[in-house]
Design a protein around this ligand. Structure first.
Ligand SMILES: [Zn+2]
Length: 104
């Protein structure tokens, strides 16, 4: 694809990355779901729960791309640092808001 090299819009890259991660998580979840029960495999149960949370966050991020609000903090509305989005493309809050949320 020739578009690939000239494509500098981070949004398209973010969407691709999110879709890739979503697929990965869904596949991983599907694999462990049959025995991911606290009584059968508590570790798998925990892992499945964290997959579900991440899947939800990725889906929300993809929705924000569609709505044109991706990259903006869902709490304070400020721009999320691109470096943060690179590490965590489904980040919903900026680092300041996130640290407040984690401390609370
Ligand atoms: Zn914020």
């Amino acid at each position: 694809m020739t578009i690939e090299s000239t494509e500098a819009i981070p949004l398209a890259g973010a969407q691709r990355e999110l879709e890739r991660q979503l697929e990965e998580r869904l596949a991983a979840l599907q694999e462990i779901e049959p025995f991911a029960l606290p009584s059968i495999d508590p570790v798998a149960y925990q892992t499945a729960a964290s997959h579900r949370v991440t899947i939800e966050q990725i889906t929300a991020a993809l929705n924000r791309i569609n709505q044109g609000t991706y990259g903006r903090c869902t709490r304070c509305g400020r721009q999320i640092a691109p470096a943060r989005l690179e590490v965590l493309p489904y980040a919903a809050a900026c680092i300041e808001c996130q640290s407040h949320a984690e401390a609370a």
